[in-house]
Design a protein around this ligand. Structure first.
Ligand code: UDP
Length: 392
């Protein structure tokens, strides 16, 4: 690991005779993006991560038995509409063309996702045109729900009860461990509803997979003389003082959970290796509640440019459960009932002048990778501008 210090050259008065070093907790996209921005602007940082690898939950590594690049913490597909984020990610790695096409296995029949004209025609046994399908779905939708606030209301309002029960209700109860009526509508708004045969899971103009995996991208972002990285180090165990800390760990953990625990979901991945092609697609969802897992991911299909070169394959069955004290948090639940606790922690966070909370866990938000990077860029720019003013 590199141990030198980086002597800042700009903004010159910021350092005024001393070396200003920043601590960044977490070597995922948030931390790496901030470290890079600061380094390119003359501010040195130490990035730590308690795990022994870079990239947080985006970490990828080759499975020694099959050779397949595995998304260790579940499927990550890069998609964005933000120009500067796409430019940034392409600056730090080679992005290969990839379109996420997900299937759903419902009552032993396979359907196209996200819900599109093919799904509607398959599910109802029809051959409707786009216009007919729109009218048909509207006839089933609960048009009396004017301003849907919950996941359930959003689903009933836009697709009606039949499609909701088949594709969303069971999956969501398994994934989140609560009733869809307790979850915000924003979770369902992630998914498109289409009245054509477009089965691209995302609407964004840019989509791709890193040729060498996400960990290589993060390593490249962090590869700068102004950035030191220490892995296997917990923030709680750091003895040094820093001018400022950017913290991407869980917000409630920073405060020793002293107001109570915010709810997160964790995931268990059960791997299985086989010969050849296991399911013929990268992701198949299993919305039925009689099936205990939510989806099966077959990792070689995340890399279509090399998938044919592997004789063997590896799949993960994905199980969701409430995150316990020793588990890795994945999804902030953000139940309506948790809002008050979150606000109390946010108020505490606002009183910490030398800490900025970042990322999915630090801000307790369900962020995609591109939004994480974009927010990190905003945070780094705003912090540097403020630091420059303070040093004048
Ligand atoms: N969802 C669902 N059925 C599906 C896929 C998704 O009900 O077949 C719901 C579920 O609540 C899920 C949310 O939509 O948590 C967002 O899905 P997405 O595929 O974006 O989840 P991620 O890949 O981030 O886990």
């Amino acid at each position: 690991m590199r141990t030198h210090l980086f002597f800042a050259t700009a903004p010159s008065r910021l350092i005024q005779g001393s070396i200003m070093r920043i601590c960044i907790v977490g070597a995922g996209f948030s931390g790496a993006t901030i470290a890079r921005y600061l380094a390119e602007n003359g501010i040195a940082s130490l990035v730590i991560d308690e795990r022994n690898h870079l990239a947080g939950n985006c970490h990828t590594e080759r499975d020694p038995e099959t050779g397949v690049m595995v998304h260790k913490y579940g499927p990550h597909i890069f998609h964005t509409g933000i120009e500067r984020v796409w430019e940034f990610i392409n600056r730090h790695g080679v992005m290969m063309p990839y379109v996420n096409r997900v299937k759903a296995n419902v009552a032993n029949k396979v359907y196209s996702l996200p819900v599109n004209l093919h799904t509607i025609n398959q599910f109802f046994g029809k051959a409707l045109s786009p216009k007919e399908a729109r009218a048909f779905v509207e006839s089933k939708a609960r048009m009396d729900i004017v301003d849907p606030q919950t996941f359930e209301d959003q689903a009933l309002r836009f697709v009606g009860n039949d499609l909701y029960e088949a594709f969303f209700k069971g999956y969501t109860r398994k994934q989140w461990g609560c009733e869809p009526s307790e979850l915000p509508a924003s979770i369902l708004k992630r998914l498109p509803l289409r009245f054509n045969y477009d089965d691209n899971y995302f609407n964004h103009p840019y989509q791709g997979m890193p040729r060498d995996g996400y960990t290589a991208i993060i390593a490249d972002i962090l590869n700068h003389p102004g950035i030191d990285v220490r892995l296997g180090v917990r923030h709680e165990d750091l003895a040094e003082d820093f001018a400022h800390t950017f913290y991407s760990g869980p917000l409630d953990r920073y405060f020793n959970y002293d107001l109570g625990r915010l709810g997160y979901r964790t995931l268990d991945f059960v791997p299985e290796r086989a010969e050849g092609d296991y399911q013929g697609a990268a992701v198949i969802n299993y919305p039925d509640e009689s099936v205990p897992f939510t989806r099966i991911s077959e990792h070689k299909h995340f890399a279509p440019w090399e998938a044919a070169s592997f004789e063997k394959t590896i799949v993960f069955r994905e199980y969701s459960r409430l995150c316990g004290p020793d588990d890795i948090p994945y999804y902030p639940i953000r139940m309506v009932a948790e809002t008050k606790l979150l606000e109390q922690y946010e108020a505490r966070a606002a009183q910490e002048p030398n800490i900025t909370f970042i990322g999915r866990l630090g801000t307790y938000q369900y962020l995609d990778m591109d939004v994480t990077i974009d927010q990190a860029m905003d945070v780094a720019e705003a912090w540097l501008a403020k630091a420059k003013v303070a040093s004048l």
